[in-house]
Every structure is written in C-alpha cells, then in structure tokens.
Design a protein around this ligand. Structure first.
Ligand code: ADP
Length: 625
C-alpha cells in the first residue's frame, strides 16, 4: 500500500519529536498507557451498559512486553480499537487532538518548550522509537489493520490479522547515541519505575513479565531467576485514596496524565463527601490560561464518573461559568451508569454535587487568597477577569459569592488589594469607595480627575480592564460603601469647595454659557471643577454611562451608539482660566478658539479621538503666532 504523507502540522511536530533534545522522553509511556486506558474505558462502558454483551472484569487490561533482541517494546490493550478510518483520522493528524492548536506560530520554533507544555500523546512514541507499528481491531469490526510509520516521511495502513478487539503498539526502540541511552527503555526495572511514577492510578491492570529470583530448590544460598507476570500499578484511583497517602507530586502527575492542562496546577482540591449524596472529586486550579479560554471554543466541565466508570468527559453542569477554569473529575456511586445527558441536567444528585463543589471552590479560593497571596495573584492574573464577568453576568445574581475574591490595583498601596482591605482602611470622613478607569495604571495615576481625591489622601482603585466598571456597577456597594468614579458629578468631598464652586459659577455664568454654546452637541454642560488642582480642564460624565463605558460599548460588535453625557469641567484657579476670561471680555472669537482647544485637550487626556485633528493643530498654530 502506498505511503501517505502526514498533514503539515503533524510533520512539524514529528520532526521535533524525532530531533528533540527533550529531557523527559520517558513520558511517551505515560501517553501510550493513558490512550490504552481511555480505549478500555470506552469498551468497559459499552460492556456494562449494553445487555447483549457479557462482562468479565478480567478482560480489561494493558500489557507491556519487551524484547531486547528485536529492540521492541509492545503496549497492548483490550480497548475498543480503531477502524481503518479512525486510524487515518487519529494518527494521521495531530492537530485534531488539540495538542497542536497553538496560540501562535512562534511557539513552534522551540521544540523544547512545546513538548514541555503540550500533551503530545501518541506522537511522543517517536522520541524513543525509529519505527512505530499499530495493530488494531475495532469493536464490531471483522477486519484488523496495521498502521506503520518510520517518522516524518509518512505512514502506511493495510489490513492485517489480529484475533481480539483492541490495540497493540509496537515501538522499535532507537539505537543508543552518545548522549542518550535508549536501551533504558528496554530494561524491565526502568519500565517498571516509569509505570509506577506516572500510571500507578490507571484503573486497569498494567501487566508485565518481570524477572524475579528465588532460592534454588534444595539449596540454601544459590538463587535462580524466573519470569512471572505481575501487575505493576496499584490501580486504586487517586480520588479513592486518602489525602494523607498522597503527595503533591501525585496530584501533579495525575493532572498531567489526564491532560487537564499543559502547565502545572497552582492548587488541587481533593473532596470526599459521604453524606446523603456520596462523591469523590479532585479539582485543579491551573496556573496558565488555556489558549482558547476567553474564546467561544472553550468548553468548561469536569469529567464525570459513576462508580469509577467514566460516563462523561466534560460535564458542564458541574461548574458555574465563573469557575469554568477549574479542571478535574467527580466520581459518585449515586449516579446511574445509563444516565443520559438530558436526564442528567435534571438530576437532583448532580445538582447537589454541583452546588457542593461550587462552595468548596469558593472557600478554597478564599483561603488561598488569605494564606498564599503571591500565588493567588498568579491565579488572579489568569482568571480574575472571569470572576469579574461572574459578578456582572446574570444581573449580578452571583455577586455575593465572588465579591471577596476580587482584587484591584490601589493608588496608595501600589499593588492589588481586596475590597475588604480597602474599606477597612477608609478614614472616617470618607464616604465612598473611589475608582478611576483608564488604559494603564500609569495613565490613570496622571489623570486630572484623580487630583482632588488623591489630594484628600483617599485611596483610589484603578480599573484597567473593560469589565471592571461594569462589574462594579453591578456590585453597587461593598460593606455599605458605594462605589464612586473619580470622574462622577458629586464626589462627596468637602462642602466648602462646593460653595466656592457655586459662587464661581454664578460669577462666570456668561463665560460658561458661552463655552457651552460653542461646544453645543459635544458636551452637555460646562462647569467649574472642584476636583482639579494642576490641570486646566477635564471631562466627566453625568448619568449611568461613563466615558470608559462608552469606549467599550462602542468597540463591541453590535455597538448601540451609547454615549456618555459629557461635562467639560474647568479649573477656575488655573492661569488658563484667567486667559480665557480675558479673551471672553476682549475678543469673543479668541474665547471660542480657546474653548475648542481646551475641549480637545480634555478628549486627548481621556484617550478619546478628537473630531478634527487638522483643525486642532491649526488652532494651536493660531495661538502660537
Ligand atoms: P489524544 O489522546 O490527546 O486525543 P493522541 O495523539 O494520543 O491524542 O491520540 C489520538 C487518538 O487516537 C485518540 O484520541 C484515540 O481516539 C486514538 N487512539 C490512540 N491510542 C489508542 C488506543 N490504544 N486505542 C484506541 N484508540 C487510540
């Protein structure tokens, strides 16, 4: 049969596998055993739920065979097997398994990095083998097939003989090189230790012929060697074990073996509940954002087992959207094997478990925040955005669950703080929780609108993400303190300056009216500012929609032309205001010119576009000449 070429991406990955200097080659065995276990899961499930099939527990196992003579290592399973078509689709293209759907091309250049980060599955076999042969017979099919490849040139598929349903993967192990001893992978003790290390929790026996020694019959000091088939793994699923028996490394290995993520988890949560509904769960909080996390393609969910049998790979109903970053599995004896997706959604037990899990995650995150702030911030850096969406979504129905998990950058502390920390530090006379919005912390720090509040010595929370202000609007208040934008109308500071402002507005009424007229259609009003110290002007917003929100809503796909009602505030104590006043008295045209210039300056400071840049620069020239 003619050779077929690998798909382009597969070929690139293969090249990397073959040539990689990756130090962790041994994981190929974990990958192949996981695949075998998954395939047996599928078969096992069929046998349990299909009454026409007979079921024998002993029929489900994985077997490892080594032959030093022919340099072959064989991984055999009694799983569901693959049809010709599946062979083609599963082993001819890797991109499909998700392993290769990279965020960007650059990551491809450094093979080392990639292999470390991505679970590469079947292809990792080429890290240790020159040739890979797959013999497989699918459940329900009369014909077996052989897939074979010596690497990057391609692969062939042809019919072959194989008695039982299942798959055999035969690796022809590479010859030793100067810096790598491939012989290791033909050594029994080495294989045993790799299996123990990564695959101890696999639910099916991993059998292997091992060499043992015993006293020779009739002798007291002479030993003889003999071969014996043993089960290498303990087979107790990790979630059934006691936490005290397990090390952090065990959890990390489980996470990686399960391909929950390509990173190391930041935290694991092991739950055992023995109440009205019994269940075990192991949950993980990943460190890194999955590349598709903030996209439509991302699917949340936990693996769902019923008494140790996998019944669903991604059960979305177990996780609320705001905790969608959580990975892991749940096993319950109280769920039926045959439960369908539709019925599952209504299932009371499942609802109970979901609620329970949600509470546990919340409490874990809270204690994480309290006890390991540095790591929590790493987590928050990746998934804080999701928590904030959670506050905002569904009209804020979950805000109370989430509000204590939020962090915002503080002007005073110059780091992330919780709302509780903010409120507990508030001076007695401070009425509101102040915040300012902008692109970066540096830019916000220099915004004119923050001057008064900062001058007063109050802390300001900086909002740099689009979702921040929306989330806070939904939250409305924290511990009875309302949130207030530094750009909002009444800052609740200082009665005195309020009186002074009113007097100045009265005194300058004609000028302000003239400015308002000059800017008609652009601003709703022109007012004397109480918040400015060093800047001549700034823009603020009246009403519900802030300027920042206007920017965000405008950038949305179906923008609804929502506009903030802008107010131009002028600083009556600024020299520029005195020039403006003088111009108004002597030369109205000049006053209009100044007004326009100031308005455009205010737009620029807000990060808004000025309507007519040419006119703006012409106006500056006019002033200079
Ligand atoms: P992944 O396991 O991440 O999907 P792999 O490259 O390891 O990626 O495997 C690709 C696919 O090939 C698997 O999803 C599975 O459908 C199939 N496969 C691999 N090994 C076996 C096996 N031993 N038995 C049955 N199917 C297998």
């Amino acid at each position: 049969m003619a050779k077929q070429a690998f798909k382009a991406e597969s070929k690139r990955l293969l090249d990397m596998m073959i040539n990689s200097i990756y130090s962790n080659r041994e994981i190929f065995l974990r990958e192949l055993i996981s695949n075998a276990s998954d395939a047996i899961d599928k078969m096992y499930y069929k046998a349990l739920t299909d009454e026409s099939l007979t079921f024998n527990r002993e029929d489900y196992y994985i077997k490892i065979d080594v032959d030093k003579e022919s340099r072959t290592l064989k991984i055999m399973d009694t799983g569901i097997g693959m049809t010709e078509e599946e062979l083609e689709n599963n082993l001819g293209v890797i991109a499909k398994s998700g392993s290769l759907a990279f965020k960007n091309e650059n990551e491809l250049k450094d093979g080392h990095d990639i292999i470390g980060q991505f679970g590469v599955g079947f292809y990792s076999a080429f890290m240790v083998a020159d040739k890979v042969t797959v013999l497989t017979k699918a459940f329900g099919s009369g014909q077996a097939y052989k897939w074979e490849s010596t690497g990057a040139e391609g692969y062939s598929i042809e019919p072959c003989e194989k008695e039982n349903v299942g798959t055999e993967i035969i690796l022809t192990i590479k010859e030793n090189t100067d810096d790598e001893s491939y012989d290791d992978y033909l050594e029994e003790y080495r294989l045993r230790s790799i299996i123990k290390k990564y695959s101890d929790f696999i639910r099916y026996p991993i059998k292997m012929e091992v060499t043992e020694s015993r006293l020779k019959e009739g002798s007291e000091n002479e030993f003889e060697e003999y071969k014996e088939e043993q089960t290498i793994n303990s087979m107790v699923p990790i979630w059934r074990k006691n936490k005290s028996e397990l090390t952090d490394e065990d959890y990390v290995n489980f996470y990686q073996e399960k391909h929950y993520g390509f990173d190391k988890p930041l935290k694991h949560i092991h739950i055992k509940v023995d109440g009205t509904v019994r269940y075990n769960a192991i949950l993980f909080i990943p460190e890194n954002i999955p590349f598709d996390y903030y996209s439509k393609e991302f699917e949340k969910g936990l693996e769902l087992y019923s008494s140790g049998v996998l019944i669903m790979e991604k059960c979305a109903d177990l996780l609320p959207d705001y905790f969608s970053f959580v990975k892991g599995m749940v096993d319950s004896e109280d769920l039926s094997l045959n439960i369908s997706r539709e019925i599952l959604q209504q299932d009371r037990q499942l609802k109970f478990i979901a609620k329970n899990i949600q509470n546990k995650i919340k409490r874990e995150l809270e204690s994480f925040l309290k006890n390991d702030r540095e790591k929590y911030e790493l987590f928050y850096h990746s998934f804080g955005r999701q928590l904030k969406f959670g506050v905002y979504n569904n009209f804020g129905q979950d805000k109370d669950v989430l509000k204590d998990l939020l962090l915002f950058y503080s002007s005073k502390e110059e780091k992330l703080v919780t709302l509780d920390e903010y409120v507990s530090r508030m001076p007695e006379d401070q009425k509101y929780i102040y915040y300012a919005t902008g692109e970066t912390n540096e830019r916000i720090a220099r915004m004119p609108q923050t001057e008064l509040v900062a001058d007063k010595g109050y802390e300001i929370l900086y909002f740099t993400e689009d979702v921040d202000e929306f989330a806070i609007k939904m939250l409305m208040s924290y511990k009875e303190k309302e949130f207030k934008s530094v750009a909002s109308g009444d800052l609740g500071i200082d009665e005195e300056s309020q009186e002074k402002k009113e007097a100045e507005e009265k005194e300058n009424k004609d000028l302000l009216d003239y400015m308002k007229e000059t800017l008609s259609g652009k601003v709703k009003d022109v007012k004397i500012s109480t918040r400015l110290k060093n800047h001549p002007v700034c823009l603020t917003a009246d009403g519900e929609v802030s300027i920042e929100m206007e920017k965000i809503l405008r950038a949305m796909p179906n923008n609804q032309e929502v506009k903030a009602e802008k107010i131009l505030e002028v600083n009556a104590d600024h020299d520029v205001f005195r020039s403006l006043k003088a111009a108004f008295e002597q030369d109205k045209e000049k006053a209009a010119l100044y007004t326009n210039l100031l308005y455009n300056q205010a737009l620029l400071i807000e990060g808004l576009q000025i309507e007519d840049p040419i006119e703006f620069t012409n106006n500056i020239c006019k002033v200079m000449v």
